[in-house]
Ligand binder design. Structure first.
Ligand code: AP5
Length: 191
C-alpha cells in the first residue's frame, strides 16, 4: 500500500492516516507531525522551520524533501506507506515523483479529502480549544487556507492527470470517511 492523503487544513488527513496505517500495517508519515517533533526537540531544523509553522507558511522545499524522502523510501522498501501532508506543492510533487519512481516506490493512489471551507474552520477552531496547536488561531487558519488554495489545490489536477486521484466526500463522520476510503481502495485494487 503506497498512498497519500491530500486535503485542506482540518480535512482529516491525520485522523484517516492513522487509521489507514493501522489497517494496512504500514507507517503513517505525516510531514506536519515530523516538523512539530523537530521544533519540540529544538533541533537546527526545528529552529529553521518554527516560524513557518506558526505562520501557516510552507517550509522551504529542500528542507521538507530532505526530511521526508528518506523516510518514505525506507517505508516503501519495508512494505508501503500512508503519506500525509507531503508533497504539498507542484514543485515538491514533481521532485518526489521522480525520486520515488526511480526506486520503484511511487504512489499508487492519492486520496483527496474534500471538505467545505466552513467545516474546516469549525473543526480547527474546535481543536484549538483542546490541543493548543500554535497554528490553530482564526488568523493563521485563514492563511493556511490561502496557502492550500494557492499551492496545494493544483496537486488535484497533477495527480488526476496521472490517474492516481480518488476524491472522497470527507465532510461526514470520521468512521464513514474511513469506510468509504477502504471501499474505494479495495475497488481500485480489484481493477
Ligand atoms: P500539517 O500538520 O500537515 O497541518 P494541516 O495540513 O494544516 O492539517 P491539520 O493537521 O491541521 O489537519 P488534518 O487534515 O491532518 O486533519 P486532522 O485529522 O488533524 O502541517 C502543518 C504545517 O507544517 C504547515 O502549515 C506548514 O508550515 C508545514 N508543512 C507541512 N508539510 C509541509 C510540506 N510538505 N511543505 C512545506 N511545509 C509543510 O483533523 C483536524 C480536526 O478535525 C481534529 O480535531 C479531528 O479530530 C477533527 N476531524 C477529523 N475528521 C473529522 C470528521 N470526519 N468529522 C469531524 N471532525 C473531524
Amino acid at each position: 500500500m503506497r498512498t497519500m492523503l491530500l486535503g485542506g487544513p482540518g480535512s482529516g488527513k491525520g485522523t484517516q492516516g492513522q487509521r489507514l496505517a493501522r489497517h494496512y500495517g504500514v507507517p503513517h508519515i505525516a510531514s506536519g507531525d515530523l516538523l512539530r517533533a523537530e521544533v519540540r526537540a529544538g533541533t537546527d531544523l526545528g529552529r529553521q522551520v518554527a516560524g513557518c509553522l506558526d505562520a501557516g507558511r510552507l517550509v522551504p522545499d529542500e528542507l521538507i524533501s530532505d526530511l521526508m524522502l528518506p523516510a518514505v523510501l525506507s517505508a516503501a522498501e519495508a512494505g508501503g506507506y500512508i503519506l500525509d501532508g507531503f508533497p504539498r506543492s507542484v514543485a515538491q510533487a514533481v521532485s518526489a515523483d521522480a525520486a520515488l519512481a526511480e526506486s520503484g516506490a511511487g504512489l499508487q493512489s492519492v486520496l483527496f479529502l474534500a471538505v467545505a471551507e466552513q467545516e474546516l474552520v469549525r473543526r480547527l477552531l474546535e481543536r484549538a480549544e483542546s490541543a493548543g496547536r500554535s497554528d490553530d488561531t482564526a488568523e493563521v487558519i485563514a492563511d493556511r487556507l490561502r496557502v492550500f488554495e494557492a499551492e496545494t489545490r493544483p496537486l488535484i489536477e497533477h495527480y488526476r492527470a496521472q490517474r492516481l486521484l480518488i476524491e472522497m466526500a470527507a465532510d461526514q463522520p470520521a468512521d464513514r470517511v474511513t469506510e468509504a476510503i477502504l471501499a474505494a481502495l479495495e475497488a481500485r485494487d480489484g481493477k
